[in-house]
Design a protein around this ligand. Structure first.
Ligand code: PEP
Ligand code: MG
Length: 583
């Protein structure tokens, strides 16, 4: 086994040591989880039933064939029925479920991938083409499987739990990433992706070491290779020597010890040494993230990325969640947070979070019909979401956050639609909080440069530094080829953030940062010095940020930060920010 080192972009901290699990794009479309021992036979039956149903379907097709149907059609059905009966489809995936405990869909695509690779090597073009037939048959079975009642993945017992899988793929979409919540997946390596792509953000929220932008990793790394991910450095080492492995194991153990120590701060309020209180909130993707947020000591949810309820809905009858389904999810988050505020961001679809990943028709998706632009173009969809959020506001403190605003008319239209949704709810006899707060994300430079327009109309602001950096520096946050230009400390970025914080404070409205900068401990003191008093981040980062706050002296930080903001020299800024760590 060849040992080599790859360098890419670090996206999620920590060290992972495990076996490579290579994923092809096809395999990514299905759910992945390990099935508990006592559920294995039921899972086997689920696959057998699906295969039997496809058989019946093919039979019915045969019987219903019109007399004048072309003969190829009958032959085509025959071939599919034959493939379906072949042990390579009807038996081998069952062995995978029994042997590796994969769920039925995953077992099937694993087998199909292996077969496809074998077919690729066949010289005979006719036989090689049969690969497409096999894939079509598999798709029929998958369709039935996804429609069948899925067994909820029961938690695995300690003995069954195989904690060693590191997912290696060319790319993983943010929605697919969420499929890997199973704790058997301990790390991610992808060929493409940027530090603040949503895939990277989800990896951070899963709190699993990850490295992206590895260019050829999915071709160089082989199935079952030993892989070490150094998530802090963006380095991946395959099949390391015993000595190297030992060093990483030691570092990993030290990191785990340090994290355990931080747990002591869970109940400590986030107050600077000179007595200023700071609010630490959580970013979540799904309501199920709320218990983890509370566990980390979050004072509320500062950003609920609601689009994750809309993405990756394979197997759902509805492509888009309806009002009741959304309401249930928002209420679930509100109830889980037990009276703490929950900031629900309205649908931020587009760019690297497409509603339908098969439709790639935007010329320049990051600059296209994204987020609020999309919602205003689809008023019924937007109103449905607003009604669902408002209904949840009857159960706790909900704040509505609108992404990607740049124009006054977008703010006005959004507010008018919120009023319209309220009127519809009154008419339908639903309760909601009439004083629900509405805020704007400041994530387009134009917004940060026209703050009076925002503070006049909005109850609060939340700075989306991920997009603000992307749009200020004109670099696509998903494109690893320009990832080196992604710089939170660029003087232009710092000016825009500082202006937003100070304009909000002058107007007497709250300002938060909910982009990834809020969870970066190297930047905590700088943001504090700029006057930031509300940070929203992945729960996994929260205690480290709190520790920084507890050790900070605000008066001195404020003075030093003023100097930094007057500087226009990147090297000087970088050095001064580092020196803040000593204050
Ligand atoms: C941001 O842009 O900083 C943000 C928080 O939103 P998202 O990362 O979902 O675009
Ligand atoms: Mg954004």
């Amino acid at each position: 086994m060849a040992s080599f080192t790859l360098h890419g972009i670090p996206v999620s901290r920590g060290i992972a040591i495990g076996r490579a699990h290579l994923l092809t794009p096809a395999a990514l479309d299905v759910k992945h989880y390990l099935v508990a021992e006592e559920r294995v036979e039921a899972e086997v039956r689920r696959l057998q039933d699906a295969i039997a149903e496809v058989h019946r379907g093919l039979q019915a097709l045969w019987t219903d064939l019109p007399k004048d149907a072309p003969t190829e059609l009958g032959a085509f059905i025959d071939v599919h029925a034959l493939i379906l009966s072949d042990p390579m489809i009807s038996e081998a995936p069952l062995d995978i479920i029994r042997g590796r405990h994969y769920n039925a869909e995953w077992a099937l695509v694993t087998q199909i991938d292996e077969l496809s690779a074998q077919f690729d090597e066949i010289e005979d073009p006719y036989l090689r083409e049969r690969k497409a037939d096999i894939q079509q048959v598999a798709e029929r079975v998958l369709k039935v499987l996804m429609g069948s009642a899925q067994l909820a993945p029961a938690p695995l017992s300690e003995e069954e739990y195989q904690p060693q899988m590191i997912v290696v793929a060319h790319d993983i979409s943010p929605a697919d990433m969420l499929q890997f919540r199973d704790r058997s997946f301990i790390g991610f390596v992808t060929d493409v992706g940027g530090q603040n792509s949503h895939t990277a953000i989800v990896a951070r929220s899963l709190d699993i070491p990850a490295a992206v932008g590895m260019s050829q990793a999915s071709q160089l790394i082989e199935q079952d290779d030993w892989v070490v991910i150094d998530g802090d450095a963006g380095v991946v080492i395959t099949n390391p020597s015993a000595l190297v492995l030992e060093q990483y194991r030691e570092r990993q153990a030290a990191q785990i010890r340090a994290r355990k120590k931080l747990q002591k701060l869970k109940k400590t309020p986030a107050i600077t040494r000179d007595g200023t209180q700071v609010a630490l909130m959580a970013n979540i993707e799904l309501p199920d993230d709320c218990p983890g947020a509370l566990e980390a000591g979050a004072e509320g949810v500062g950003l609920f990325r609601s689009e994750f309820l809309f993405m990756g809905r394979t197997g759902h009858a509805q492509k888009i969640p309806g009002e009741d389904e959304q309401f249930e999810q928002y209420r679930k988050a509100v109830l889980a947070m037990k009276g703490r505020p929950v900031t629900i961001r309205t649908l931020d679809i587009g760019a690297d979070k497409p509603l339908d990943p098969t439709e790639h028709n935007a010329l320049n998706p990051a600059l296209g019909l994204r987020a609020i632009r999309y919602c205003l173009a689809e008023p019924q969809l937007f109103l449905t979401q607003l009604r669902a959020i408002l209904r949840a506001s009857a159960y706790g403190k909900v704040r509505i956050l609108i992404p990607m605003l740049a124009h006054a008319f977008e703010i006005d239209q959004s507010l008018a639609m919120i009023e319209q949704a309220k009127a519809q709810l009154r008419e339908a006899g639903h309760k909601y909080d009439p004083a629900v707060q509405v805020g704007a994300m400041i994530e387009i430079p134009a917004a940060a440069l026209s703050l009076p327009m925002f503070v006049k109309r909005m109850n609060f602001l939340s700075i989306g530094t991920n997009d603000l950096i992307q749009y200020t520096l004109a670099i696509d946050r998903v494109d690893y080829e320009v990832a080196h230009l992604y710089d939170p400390l660029h003087p232009a970025v710092l000016q825009l953030i500082a202006m937003t914080i100070s304009a909000g404070h002058k107007a007497g409205i709250d300002v938060a940062v909910c982009g990834e900068m809020a969870g970066d401990i190297k930047l905590t003191r700088l943001l504090l010095g700029m006057g930031l008093r509300e940070f929203s981040m992945h729960p996994a980062q929260l205690l480290s940020v709190k520790q920084e706050i507890l050790n900070s002296e605000l008066a001195r930080l404020t003075l030093q930060t003023r100097k930094i903001l007057r500087s226009t020299e990147p090297a000087a800024i970088a050095e001064a920010v580092e020196q803040l760590q000593a204050i």
